[in-house]
Design a binder for this molecule. Structure first.
Ligand code: GUN
Ligand code: ZN
Length: 444
């Protein structure tokens, strides 16, 4: 059995915080240890109690002063958009045509896909993200590249090839039959292979005919543990186009409902311009609304109304949406979520943000218990955070009074520089730990 102990300030959430100061929502050990056996959490607790149970010779990674949390989870990101991020001056439909579809066509080349898969996974790890739910392109080689790279690293990814059969360049389209055959083949090869999972991925209703959406709905039914990801109500011109393409449906959400694409495994990206009826549809089907703040601000799509959806009982996740989103960092994403909410007179307590990035997003993906918490049996996917990573952070931290304030400093000022180490199934994923104080030592 392979053992490792990871020591520091342990923080993991038990349930969604009910507001700032909800100390019952999390478990915290000021000096704690996670004992990892064969990639999973075997035990955790105060160092003084647990040390006696750790077999002699077990390597100990000690991160004094750092916070150890479950690795971040990014439930909406585009693997083929690592060279689309930071594209200037357009809103959604023009942005897709001018930049996104151009880059995505390059993923027909398996070598390009493979190189980008390594970059993508490196960048996620640098930012402390240990699981992501990713869109690939229509080329099966793109999903294949991402899955095989993730499988080699033993990092749990969810991915699917973006299916389109209209309103995009011919190089990105696949007729319904081919798209379904490709998706089914990828599901058989990768869904449940190691830590990999598949998500059926209609890009959005603009780029699929009703026939193709129906076939994807049937595919989702055929595989009851496969997830589904798509975009919904992101941009007003997108919604107008949907009205023209599906004139008989009451709403954009109703289109997805008609084709069997809503449900507890369905991740609906953006959900900004929803009517009350659409919100009721999402709630009643237990679908997840995915809040992508950096993207919504950057592409100028609008403000996600977190409180309205939460009050209505809609499940909510938080994601980067790179490359419409502008940062791979879930910390930056939480900072922008906070600002989007401030603009609407709402608040995002640091506890709620960190819960969302970890346990909450895992629950949205139906993976609670496996990832998102530090708990016996869960994968030891961890992020080690340093709230004093930059001069501005260290200076601000001089007057921080408690854990919650430290978390707020991390989410407001932090980024990849605050990530000292990322563990994937108990193994360090970063070659160089960004620190001068963390030490690896051995118990003798
Ligand atoms: N809607 C359809 N495709 C996309 C995409 O790639 N990014 C975003 N933000 N919205 C979309
Ligand atoms: Zn997206």
């Amino acid at each position: 059995m392979s053992l490792r102990a990871i020591r520091g300030r342990l923080l993991t959430f038990l349930r969604a915080p009910q507001g700032a100061g909800d100390a019952q929502s999390y478990s915290y050990h000021h000096d704690g240890v996670v004992l990892v056996a064969d990639g999973r959490v075997d035990a955790l607790g105060p160092t003084a109690e647990l040390m006696a149970r750790i077999p002699p010779g077990t390597p100990i990674d000690h991160h004094p002063d750092a916070l150890i949390l479950p690795g971040f989870i990014d439930p909406h990101i585009h693997f083929p958009q690592t060279q689309v991020i930071a594209s200037y001056g357009a809103q959604l439909l023009e942005w897709l045509e001018k930049y996104t579809f151009v880059e995505e066509q390059k993923f027909a080349d398996p070598a390009h896909a493979a190189r980008n898969a390594e970059f993508f996974l490196d960048e996620l790890a640098r930012n402390g993200t240990t699981t992501a739910c990713a869109y690939c392109t229509a080329h099966p080689a793109s999903a294949e590249a991402l899955f095989s790279a993730a499988h080699k690293r033993n990092t749990g990814m969810i991915a699917g090839n973006s299916v389109m059969n209209r309103n995009a360049p011919p190089g990105l389209l696949a007729p319904a039959a081919t798209a379904i055959a490709d998706s089914r083949d990828l599901i058989r090869r990768w869904h449940g292979t190691g830590r990999q999972r598949y998500a059926v991925t209609p890009r959005f209703a603009i780029t699929s005919t009703g026939d193709q959406l129906a076939a994807l709905g049937a595919l989702l039914k055929e595989f009851p543990t496969v997830l589904m990801q798509t975009h919904l109500d992101e941009n007003v011109n997108e919604i107008a186009a949907i009205k023209n393409l599906f004139p008989d449906d009451a709403s954009y959400t109703a289109v997805y409902a008609r084709f069997g694409l809503l449900g507890p495994r369905s991740l609906m990206g953006h959900c900004i311009h929803l009517t009350d009826d659409e919100i009721a549809l999402l709630r009643d089907t237990r679908s997840v609304a995915v809040f992508c703040p950096t993207s919504n601000l950057f592409i100028g799509s609008g403000l996600f109304d977190y409180q309205r959806l939460k009050t209505a009982g809609v499940r909510i996740a938080l994601a980067t949406d790179v490359g419409g989103g502008t940062s791979y960092s879930m910390l930056r994403t939480a900072a922008e979520a906070y600002k989007v909410m401030q603009l609407q007179g709402q608040n995002l307590p640091a506890l709620a943000a960190f819960d969302l990035m970890t346990r909450g997003n895992a629950a949205a993906l139906g993976l609670d218990g496996e990832i998102g918490t530090i708990a016996p049996g869960a994968f030891a996917d961890l992020v080690v955070l340093d709230a004093r990573a930059t001069p501005a952070m260290a200076h601000r931290m001089e007057v921080a009074r408690n854990l919650e304030e430290e978390l707020f400093v991390l989410m407001t000022l932090g980024d990849d520089r605050a990530v000292r180490q990322t563990y994937i199934a108990g193994e360090p994923a970063l070659n160089e730990e960004r620190t001068s104080v963390a030490l690896s030592s051995e118990i003798t």
